[in-house]
Ligand binder design. Structure first.
Ligand SMILES: *Cc1c(COP(=O)(O)O)cnc(C)c1O
Length: 363
């Protein structure tokens, strides 16, 4: 018998969330961001199940783009971080990988390979994130240089918002304003600004293409919200089971560091999941888990392969019972918030030893 620990991935929920992103983005088109193994859900399964809905995928690197090709999908794939090795340029041209160029060296490397089939490119504009991109004032010069090279198709301009998870932050309007100005200068180009969070604005960030990631997987892109509060369905249910149940006497402690102590007689259980599976080690006592139709608190420290939960209010709980760590009853956003992180990190951090089990779309 295998361990019961599993990540159940509901591809119906994924498709529901994609349609929701698409509706919020309309009339802009939507590229599905499937980097980091589809935010931990399995890149191949995610890409396949969105194939009839999306016109385009976006990934971080060429290795991820190749995985999309290997399952037979021919959609354009945008490499958000560009190519890391100049040798990869030829492959991008052949494979219809659209490359985001963010610095002059990448442009030189592309120009040096002028004889190969040329890929479609996007230029990244640094509107304030200050990670990657050309300064807005340099863009027209860069566009001019690209246009002097025959064969290169420049599709458009991309930027990334630094503070979209806080809709009130003044930086949003500032970054969007810089792109609006560039759009009036270059109306023939396509623009892409919005990550998931910006789908919840009034449309000012939509431009021609949006790039939803976390919302496709049901995670909330806005601070202080859960995905369900934003009309999204959780895609992953991380579950395991109880492998031991015990009674504690007043004053007994649980787990490493003896950080949790029973005040009075208590019932507790051990669940077969830990940080070795990607459950966050920083989840504090009190983080909810779902057992027999109710939320019960995590107690003590998270171990590599197990956690302890309090079962005093669930007297009939017994070894073998299913436990939901996150999913429909316990939001991954809530577990993330309590653990001092974001749902992105929890979802993308589910370890390979946790098997993914897929619920196939019903069409
Ligand atoms: C990851 C990423 C996205 C998707 O962001 P979400 O917040 O998950 O929607 C969009 N654009 C770029 C450039 C990214 O790196």
């Amino acid at each position: 018998m295998p361990r019961a620990t599993v990540a159940i991935v509901d591809l119906n929920a994924l498709r529901f969330n994609y349609r929701r992103a698409e509706a919020l983005a309309s009339p802009a088109d939507t590229m599905a961001v499937v980097k980091a193994d589809g935010y931990g859900h399995g890149l191949e399964a995610v890409a396949r199940s969105l194939a009839d809905l999306t016109a385009c995928y976006a990934v971080a690197c060429i290795e991820e783009a190749e995985r999309i090709r290997r399952v037979g999908l021919a959609h354009p794939v945008v490499l958000l971080q560009g190519v890391h090795d100049p040798e990869d340029w030829a492959r991008c041209g052949e494979a219809d990988f659209e490359v985001v160029i963010h610095e002059p060296g990448q442009l030189e490397a592309l120009f040096a390979r002028a004889s190969h089939p040329m890929p479609t490119i996007w230029l990244k504009v640094n509107t304030g994130m200050n990670r990657l991109g050309f300064a807005p004032g340099d863009i027209s010069g860069v566009i001019e240089r690209v246009r002097r090279r025959p064969g290169i198709r420049l599709r458009g301009l991309v930027t990334h918002l630094a503070c979209a998870d806080d809709p009130e932050h003044p930086m949003n309007a500032c970054q969007i304003g810089l792109m609006t100005a560039l759009q009036s200068e270059f109306p023939e180009l396509q623009f892409s600004v919005a990550n998931s969070a910006a789908h919840y604005r009034d449309g000012d960030a939509a431009f021609q293409w949006t790039r939803p990631g976390i919302m496709l997987y049901g995670g909330a892109p806005l601070q202080g919200k859960t995905g369900q509060e934003l009309g999204l369905q959780p895609v992953m249910t991380l579950q395991s089971n109880l492998i031991a149940v015990r009674e504690l006497q007043d004053g007994e402690t649980v787990g490493y560091g003896a950080t949790w102590q029973a005040s009075g007689p208590r019932r507790m259980g051990i669940v077969a999941i830990g940080y070795g599976d990607g459950y966050p080690r920083h989840a504090p006592s009190g983080t909810p888990v779902w057992v027999r139709g109710r939320r019960v608190p995590l107690i003590g420290r998270v171990s590599m392969d197990m956690i302890a939960v309090e079962l005093t209010d669930v007297p009939n709980a017994q070894p073998g019972d299913t436990v939901e760590l996150w999913g429909r009853h316990v939001s991954v956003d809530e577990v993330a918030r309590r653990s001092g992180t974001i749902s992105y990190e929890l979802l993308a951090g589910v370890m390979p030893r946790v098997p993914r089990r897929y619920i196939d779309p019903v069409s």
